[in-house]
Design a protein around this ligand. Structure first.
Ligand code: HAM
Length: 426
């Protein structure tokens, strides 16, 4: 029997693993500068958390969750997103008493049973942040700024930042009445999915990809034009603060987002280079969610970036971070002297120098070939004659220069040589 990975999942191979490590560490450093602290939550949660948190009528809950019964007949779900679990963890661990307002970030895999295609997977990773306890529009703009700054730090140029307001608990019902009235008037011209959405989740019609629906909906009432005074002021505040931070943005009155917990601000960063799945990241404000999940009434907001789409974007823009996959030092040894190679290699590793030697007792020629293949900057040659005199040969692989040194000085000398080569290569 041949085993294959499950449809919509990927193996992250070493080279990509190193690139991801780099982009994660850039994110972590930036988030720490903005005062965000790391959090991780379990891969699975009670199903009810997502049903209540993301919304019964959302596409995720309706058709995309990996839900199963465990051996005690509990309904569990692999997390399709990070916000609801982080809200749960915030409440359960009383994080507000640790620091308030609370700012958290995560880098975690997510699971959605979607139809796999370019940029759309069933297991994918998100880099996300959540803020609890900050009601003002300055924080919305700060969170948007943070996402944009991260993309800029990675060198991305080809993206747009779209923002919108979708109103609050008070004003949205009035807007939905207007929208439903419009949709009912035009129901015959809508696709079958949108017709179903009229009763189930009318706001979602704005996400429809059907050309006829898109054209028709251009004349539909827009949520941003129907929001209350408070929401409007908040939105103006967000835009003013974004201007202060020199963030380029566009208002997209159709940006409603697919998760039901949002209110007021929504935003998305999109790329023209990614095809149909163009959102690299998105987020918004979700003030009712903490209370809805059983906590105190606490405003919340955040974003999540899709790691695989971000990698695609880096590739499209030709700016994938350069990573070093090789070794600093390779130790070549004659037959019978393998133990010396083993000893020196592990001494060097102990002081942080990447070192490899031959595990397979291969010929000298094969070992030198391997040293080249791994891009060694220095090779150490352990040969019988020199070994008898307590000496070993060092070869600078860039200049070809060779030196005989004693075993006592080998570690220190190699350290200096590696540092010098590194300087020259920078
Ligand atoms: P989301 O828009 O569902 O928001 O996902 C955020 C990002 O995850 C998307 O923009 C996309 O880059 C990536 N993504 C989503 N689904 C897939 C998929 N099937 N395959 C590959 N990448 C995908 C959320 O998840 C919210 N929790 C964001 C948030 C945080 N809002 C407030 N706080």
């Amino acid at each position: 029997m041949e085993y294959r990975r499950i449809k919509g999942t990927r193996d992250i191979l070493p080279e990509e693993g190193l690139i991801r490590k780099r982009i994660f560490s850039i994110a972590e450093n930036l988030f720490l500068t903005f005062g965000f602290l790391p959090i991780s939550t379990p891969v699975f949660e009670q199903t009810e958390l997502f049903v209540r948190g993301i919304g019964e009528a959302s596409d995720i809950v309706q058709k995309e969750m990996y839900t199963f019964l465990d051996r005690s007949n509990r309904s569990l779900t692999l997390r399709p997103e990070g916000t609801a679990p982080v809200v749960r963890a915030y409440i359960e661990n009383n994080l507000s008493s640790f620091r308030f307002p609370s700012k958290l970030f995560y880098i975690m895999p997510m699971y959605r049973y979607e139809r796999p295609q370019k940029g759309r997977l069933r297991e994918f990773w998100q880099i996300g942040v959540e803020v609890f306890g900050a009601p003002g529009p300055d924080v919305d703009s700060e969170v948007i700024f943070l996402m944009v700054e991260y993309f800029k730090k990675l060198g991305l140029k080809n993206f747009t930042t779209e923002i919108n307001t979708i109103g609050c608990r008070k004003c949205r019902p009035l807007f939905l009445d207007k929208l439903v009235e419009f949709l009912n008037e035009h129901s015959e011209d809508l696709c079958s999915d949108c017709r179903k959405r009229i009763d189930l989740n009318p706001l979602r019609v704005f996400d429809c990809k059907n050309e006829r629906c898109i054209t028709l909906l251009k004349d539909a009432p827009k949520v941003s034009e129907s929001v209350c005074e408070e929401c409007l002021l908040h939105f103006e505040g967000v835009m003013n603060h974004l201007r202060m931070l020199n963030v380029d943005f566009e208002v997209n009155p159709f940006l409603v987002r697919g998760l039901d917990y949002y209110e007021k601000t929504t935003f998305e960063v999109k790329s023209p280079l990614l095809g149909a799945q163009s959102a690299i990241g998105g987020g918004g404000r979700y003030d009712p969610l903490v209370k809805e999940c059983g906590g105190e009434d606490t405003p919340g907001l955040g974003f999540a970036i899709g790691v695989e789409r971000l990698l695609m974007q880096l590739e499209e823009e030709g700016i994938v971070p350069q990573i070093e996959i090789g070794t600093d030092v390779y130790i070549v040894s004659y037959r019978g002297l393998e133990t010396k190679a083993f000893e020196v290699a592990n001494q060097l590793r102990k002081i942080g120098i990447k070192t490899e030697y031959d595990y397979l007792k291969r010929s000298m020629k094969a070992q030198f070939k391997q040293a080249d293949k791994l891009g060694a900057k220095v090779s150490v040659i352990v040969a019988p004659e020199e070994h008898e005199r307590n000496l070993v040969k060092l070869r600078n692989m860039i200049t070809g220069e060779e030196n005989l040194v004693s075993y006592d000085e080998v570690v220190g000398l190699i350290k200096t040589m590696v540092e010098k080569v590194d300087e020259r290569c920078q």
